[in-house]
Structures are given as C-alpha cells and as structure tokens.
Design a protein around this ligand. Structure first.
Ligand SMILES: [Zn+2]
Ligand SMILES: [Zn+2]
Length: 354
C-alpha cells in the first residue's frame, strides 16, 4: 500500500510503498476513506521546531484525522465488525479506562493514550490501511459522512475551546488565526450562541478570511494592515471582547491578543502550538487586569460529544465541511503539503489512496 511517512528529524515527507498491516486477535484493519492534513502535520513537514519529542518514534506513518471502513477484525474483537464505518481515535489503543483522567472523561490526557498516539508515535491514517485495537476506533453515526468524520478531531478542538471558555449567549469573541482550528472554533462559537465574532489573520490569509465571512464572522481584518488592539477596541466601544481564541500559534500576536480581552471577566483560550518560547508582560496584561488565560487541548469525552453534535446538528456539520477546499490522492502528498505551507488550501484531505 501507499503511505506518507516522516522519516527523520529534517524537513519533508515521503510517499512510500509498504506492506498492508497484519492484525492480531484483538485488532481491526481499517480501509481509510478520508484523511485530513492537520496544521500540526504541516509543522512536522516543515520541521521548524516544537516536535523534537517525535524523533524517537520515527519513521512513522503520519495522519490522525481520518475515517474508514472496517475490512478485518481479529477473533477477540467485540465492539466492531467488518463493514462498520468508523473514525480513528487519536490513539491506536484507546485509553486505560481506569486513571483519573479516564474516569473523569478526559481520556486525551491518559498516559496509555499518550503513549500510543495515532500518526505520531504509532502508524496513522495517511495510508490505504490502518490497524488499531478495537478501542482505537469509534463507530461513525449513519448521518455523518467519512469526510465529516475526518473533521471530528479539529471540530472537537473548537468545541472544547468553546466549552473551556465558558462561552455564554451573546459573548463577543476574537478569533486570531483563520486556519482550520480558528474557522471551526468560529463555527462552534456561533452555534453556541456567541455575539459578535471578529476574525483576524494576515494578508496571506485572504482566502481564509473570506471563508470566515461565509461561516458567519461579523468582522474580518488583517493584522499587518490594521492594528489588532485598535480595531478590537473600536468594535467593542473600548471594552475588549469577552473571549479571545488564539488559534494562530504566532508568538508575535499573543501580547496584543491578551490585551484585546475585557478586564476582570475576559478569557483568553490558547489553542495554537508555538514553534518557540513566548515572552509576555504579565503584571499589567494579566495580574492587574484580572484576565484569565487558559490552554485548551481537546476535552471531556470529546469524540462521543463531537459525533453527537455532527449527527444531530446537520447544518453545523455542513458548515464545518465547507472548510474542505482540496481532495487529493495520497500519491500527490508532497504537492498537498506544499499547498498547506503556501496557504493555498484551507483543509486538504486525502480521499484516494491507490
Ligand atoms: Zn489534528
Ligand atoms: Zn487512563
């Protein structure tokens, strides 16, 4: 089968031929149908920093946002069967089920889960076939398409950020960075009852900012043309927004972003991954302003809730799917990654694999 691998600690990816995985008694074989390229895959492709932890696990098949059909199941497998439509969890084994994270529904923080990360520490879904333990896959509701299933992971990140922000009806929001995570956060915030939603990016993000408008943004602008704080203060009568979602991972924008939140009640949710350390003035921007800064990284029973949302909120799911701009054969992975680097796409998915 064809697969996209990261070979070593240097830029690039490779499309290789490799054997179809053989499954054990407690494993399932999935024929991948849709597999999205994540911003983090692009970081790994570019290899500019932030992913040194990956080195001991290389080479590895990348890809952690995907869905497919079960085409093989070992004799111990009980929860899924051949022909089932499934979504890959972000761990090939699932989680332990017993630790404090698992029992409180925060499985993403379980050590067992983290040791078996799909497409990072274990072979993932940029391939024609994928194998996992049965707990490493989850059934796709009938309503949810393969492509929507492949979006479930970034949708869950946006949804969890909205949860973590304690967003309430009418809250004004600033979303920094109109990539996949920023746009899906916009969709989830709007659907959760947000008031004015402002989205900003850079000149390179022109197409993504147009998409933000299509998805319901009330105001979009480029921070290289207009001062971020000036614009937000103007739009909010000098008060700032209730919630800032930082989805760009751009270190240069954080200080300004933090100061765009209201004093005392403003929340700043950090969703981006930064390729370097960030310095921040804390005393005035956070302490004396009593703002809340919080990291957000998936959350409570993310998959089940996200799939339920996609299944029972079909208009919302259709909005999410609008961010898919390119569908590609895995053989052309190099060109797909280059489009990501140049921001010529928004979400690109591999949808054919041979
Ligand atoms: Zn991802
Ligand atoms: Zn656990």
């Amino acid at each position: 089968m064809k697969a996209v691998i990261k070979r070593g600690a240097f830029p690039g990816i490779e499309v290789v031929d490799m054997p179809i995985p053989e499954i054990g008694e407690d494993e399932v074989l999935v024929k991948v149908q849709a597999s999205g390229i994540c911003g983090s895959d692009v970081h790994v492709y570019e290899w500019k920093g932030g992913y040194d932890w990956l080195v001991p696990y290389l080479p590895v098949v990348l890809g952690h946002e995907f869905s497919g059909i079960v085409v093989g199941a070992g004799k111990m497998v009980r929860k899924v069967k051949e022909g089932d439509r499934v979504l890959a969890r972000t761990s090939v084994t699932g989680s332990c089920g017993n630790c404090s994270y698992c029992v409180s529904g925060r499985r993403h923080f379980c050590e067992v889960h983290r040791e078996n990360l799909t497409g990072w520490k274990k072979n993932g879904g940029f391939a024609e076939y994928y194998k996992a333990k049965e707990n490493g896959v989850i059934l796709l509701p009938d309503e949810v398409s393969f492509e929507e299933g492949a979006l479930a992971e970034p949708v869950s990140i946006g949804g969890c950020a909205v949860d973590d922000a304690n967003l309430t009806i009418g809250d004004s929001c600033l979303i920094i960075g109109p990539g996949t995570i920023g746009l899906l956060t916009l969709v989830m915030a709007k659907n959760a009852g947000a008031g004015m939603c402002i989205v900003c990016g850079t000149k390179k993000d022109a197409a993504r900012l147009r998409k933000a408008v299509e998805l319901g943004a009330d105001k979009v602008f480029c921070t290289d043309e207009t001062d971020l704080q000036d614009m937000v203060m103007e739009l909010t009568g000098g008060q700032g927004v209730d919630v800032v979602f930082e989805a760009s991972g751009a270190a240069a924008v954080i200080q300004d972003g933090v100061e765009c939140a209201k004093k005392a009640t403003g929340r700043i949710l950090l969703e981006g991954i930064y390729s370097r350390e960030v310095s921040l003035e804390l005393s005035n921007a956070i302490v004396r302003s009593a703002r809340t800064v919080k990291g957000t990284y998936s959350g409570r029973v993310a998959w089940e809730r996200t799939l339920s949302w996609l299944a029972y909120h079909r208009e919302g799911a259709a909005q999410c799917a609008k961010i898919i701009t390119h569908r590609t054969n895995i053989k052309n992975a190099e060109a797909a990654f280059e489009r990501c680097v140049k921001k010529e796409n928004i979400k690109e998915m591999f949808t054919s694999f041979s």
